[in-house]
Design a protein around this ligand. Structure first.
Ligand SMILES: [Zn+2]
Length: 268
């Protein structure tokens, strides 16, 4: 009898100890307000709680540069990328090679970008050729990422095709997508070639570089009131003076470096 009581006592102690450990872990690591995912701040000064990892490959896409471990984002970003890849595959545009999203808690990246901090940004390569990753190493870090620009910097080269235009249209038409950054030459190409519905061109924004990848940025999720929105894009297709500005010579201005105040909730 004594033995049975002793055994029962030991079993009880075991469960209590385990329960105590899991309770501590839960309170330590649960995001604020117990929301599933929560964005704080701006894309270039913020962070995210409850980010999800994009699986390393899926229908119509594969992640590249796995060694950087920048494959985390808001669940809506993960869904959007998976949906875009699926649609691109259905339309036979190729397999998407997806580069950086963000870190698992967001925040500033040690190199490469100022944005990608709040789980709402992702880079997708223009290289849609499946042959390009046939000999990829384990980390997929040795795949070529060719530019779509001519070597003299004027206009686009022969690698640029209608498939790229179609892919940008698919991405821009996704309701969660706020804007997409591309090289000014790419925006200009779209301005001169796209016929019919040009509404989606509004979301395509000219920006420095972005000649070998495009950058997709989602709008602030409604469930994240502390996510700071970017200024809205002005109406129209953007094929105007704001685009031609990029092709004029203008002095390079270096604005004084402001001291960045990181949101408190991100300072963990
Ligand atoms: Zn980017």
């Amino acid at each position: 009898m004594n033995f049975i009581l002793k055994a029962l006592f030991l079993i009880l102690m075991f469960f209590q100890a385990n329960y105590a450990v899991s309770a501590v872990n839960e309170t330590q690591f649960s995001p604020p307000n117990n929301s599933e995912a929560y964005v704080i701040g701006k894309t270039n000064n913020g962070c995210i709680f409850g980010a999800k990892a994009l699986p390393l490959q899926g229908n119509g896409y594969l992640l590249v540069h796995l060694e950087r471990q920048r494959y985390y984002g808001h669940p809506v970003l993960i869904q959007t990328l998976q949906e875009l890849a699926k649609q691109a595959q259905q339309q036979q545009l190729g397999i998407l090679q997806i580069g950086d999203l963000g870190q698992n808690r967001g925040g500033a990246l040690p190199f490469g970008h100022r944005s990608h901090q709040s789980g709402l940004d992702a880079d997708i390569w223009f290289n849609l050729n499946p042959k390009s990753y046939a000999n990829a190493n384990k980390q997929r870090s040795n795949i070529k990422q060719p530019s779509m620009l001519n070597p003299n910097g004027k206009g686009l080269n022969a690698m640029w095709t209608n498939k790229h235009r179609k892919l940008l249209e698919l991405a821009a038409n996704m309701p969660e997508v706020d804007r997409i950054f591309v090289n000014p030459h790419i925006k200009q190409d779209l301005c001169t070639t796209v016929t019919g519905n040009r509404q989606w061109l509004q979301k395509i924004r000219p920006w420095y570089y972005h000649d070998e990848h495009f950058h997709v940025r989602l709008r602030c999720p409604k469930s994240s009131p502390e996510c700071i929105k970017q200024a809205p894009i002005s109406a129209g297709d953007g094929c105007n003076a704001t685009l031609s500005w990029w092709f004029k010579k203008h002095p390079v201005t270096h604005s004084a470096k402001k001291k960045i105040k990181i949101p408190k909730a991100c300072q963990i």
